[in-house]
Design a binder for this molecule. Sequence first.
Ligand SMILES: [Zn+2]
Length: 136
Amino acid sequence: MIRPIVKMPLMLQRAAEPAGPQDVEVGHDLLDTLAVHRSECVGMAANMIGVNKRAIVFAEGDGARVMFNPEIVRQSQPFDAEEGCLSLEGTRPARRYKKIAVRYQDFDFAWKEESFTGWTAQIIQHEIDHTKGILI
Ligand SMILES: [Zn+2]
């Protein structure tokens, strides 16, 4: 289901609750909603579509992937980025890392750990910040 984008900072500045198997539909909603905003947006967190659960989606190649309860377990090579956000106007500076390792649950709620670099790593960091109520 395509959901409206939340733009009220107060709604976006709360840390999200852990997601569970009952939240699988949120993952599908994130995929559907990102798909319609894909020209202007490369990732989303569930609180941006009004669901205060720890779930994110990010563009990857021609498709997109969902992570539940993602957390960064390692990071290296910091750099200063300039980022935009579908929920905010304009761009803002953010400190990011070129390499990260993320622990997360997939659609079957199996725990996985995976490394990411570059642009994909940057998107994931932005979306994980959203799950903590952190805006750029
Ligand atoms: Zn954002």
